[in-house]
Design a protein around this ligand. Structure first.
Ligand code: PEP
Length: 254
């Protein structure tokens, strides 16, 4: 792994003020792993409080609107996230694609808005089980990357503000993890599409794996060729579950 590994916890719709204690503990422990970039993305109400609670780790949102402000009840804009100290935003997560019907073009517009606001962006892609069983995993993910990644963002890419998370939908929250050889193949396919979009600068884009990553399987996944880190759901909710993943990123298996 040549890039600094990026381990991001996605709290999804979990969290409370009491859970900020977990974030503080992760933040304290992060100082033992300076070779790993660590971040947490809590639900919107906790982005600001979490920002105030930590110093060593990054803080992000889980979505943003395409517009900067206006009549969009319930939504949050990228400049608002930036204003409360967020560093990045996760976009196009399969749960948003499923629950809110988000399509690639919308994800791309959100990414443009987030990058314009100075945020980093993690764009999620991944195939369903039906798509994998039909032999379409690579084609689906290639189409998602092509449609969701904004092509005119070379400066942001050069600055390392774009990451892509390959998250097979069937592996998210299921305890079922993609085989390492499949992860390597899918990451290579994502990389090839990014090179087609950005040329040489594409090597600044970290490609994360997501889907039931835990302390036991992290070393194998993070040591796989082309894996630049992990997007972690369930195992990011407690310090005890999250830190072994960070430790594995710090010393990936060869
Ligand atoms: C995720 O939320 O992006 C995720 C990968 O979840 P989990 O680790 O729980 O599968």
């Amino acid at each position: 792994m040549t890039q600094r590994p990026y381990i991001v916890g996605n709290w999804k719709m979990n969290g409370s003020r009491a859970m900020l204690a977990e974030a503080r503990a992760i933040d304290r422990a992060a100082q033992r792993y300076p070779d790993v970039e660590i971040a947490l993305a809590p639900p919107f109400p906790f982005v600001g409080p979490l920002r105030e609670a930590v110093t060593a780790i990054g803080v992000g949102g889980q979505d943003c609107h395409t517009a900067t402000k206006g009549a969009h009840t319930g939504d949050v804009s990228a400049p608002m996230l930036a204003d409360i100290g967020a560093d990045f935003v996760i976009l196009g997560h399969s749960e948003r694609r499923r629950d809110h019907g988000e399509k690639d073009a919308l994800v791309r517009a959100k990414a443009e808005a987030a990058l314009a606001a100075g945020l980093g962006v993690i764009i999620c892609v991944g195939e369903t089980l039906d798509e994998r069983d039909a032999g379409k995993a690579e084609a689906v993910v290639d189409r998602q990357v092509k449609g969701s990644v904004p092509p005119g963002e070379s400066a942001a890419v050069a600055a390392g503000r774009l990451a892509v998370a390959y998250e097979p939908v069937w592996a998210i929250g299921t305890g079922r993890v993609a085989a390492v050889e499949d992860v390597i193949a899918m990451h290579a396919a994502v990389r090839a599409r990014l090179v087609a979009i950005f040329g040489e600068e594409a090597d600044k884009v970290r490609i994360l794996y997501g889907g039931s990553v835990n302390g036991e399987n992290a070393a194998g996944l993070l040591g796989a060729e082309g894996v630049g880190g992990a997007l972690v759901g369930g195992a990011s909710l407690t310090t005890d579950a999250f830190l072994p993943i960070v430790a594995a990123a710090s010393q990936p298996a060869d």
